[in-house]
Design a protein around this ligand. Structure first.
Ligand SMILES: [Fe+2]
Ligand SMILES: [Fe+2]
Length: 144
């Protein structure tokens, strides 16, 4: 799965992480295309899951930091990624799920980046401010 300019959210760190996710997906794609064994394919899925976990945590922190109003729905979409992936993996022990796996990952990554992630990026880049701490309590007058 090749990186396209339209995937760019305009936040460099996020774009870099998305590039890594896409190349991790390509490793899985390649393993399947070369008909590598079940364990090789699943070893590469573990790599993608680790990256995704780190990336989602990063995004969720950003959304919290900038009080993104749709953070809850966004988090649910991240959770769905792991739930669906686990279901496909479980099934792969009995059936051939390679096509289903590739189709799900390709579609989820594309739509999630282009629509879901684009939402918080626009929020941040349109000038949302960082959530500030509550002002410190007024100093008590100890002179009396
Ligand atoms: Fe996301
Ligand atoms: Fe993302």
């Amino acid at each position: 799965m090749k990186w396209k300019n339209e995937y760019s959210l305009g936040i460099q760190e996020i774009d870099d992480q998305h590039r890594l996710l896409l190349s991790s997906f390509s490793v899985i794609e390649e393993a399947i295309k070369l008909k590598q064994g079940w364990s090789n394919v699943h070893y590469s899925i573990i790599g993608l899951k680790e990256l995704a976990r780190m990336h989602f945590t990063f995004e969720e922190a950003l959304m919290r930091l900038f009080a993104y109003p749709e953070a809850k729905e966004h988090r649910s979409d991240h959770e769905y990624f792991f739930v669906r992936l686990a279901a496909i993996e479980n099934n792969s022990l009995r059936n051939s799920t390679e096509n289903e796996l590739l189709e799900f990952l390709r579609e989820w990554l594309t739509i999630h980046i282009l629509q879901t992630d684009m939402g918080y990026a626009r929020h941040i880049l349109s000038g949302a401010s960082v959530v500030r701490s509550a002002p410190p309590p007024l100093k008590q007058d100890l002179s009396n």
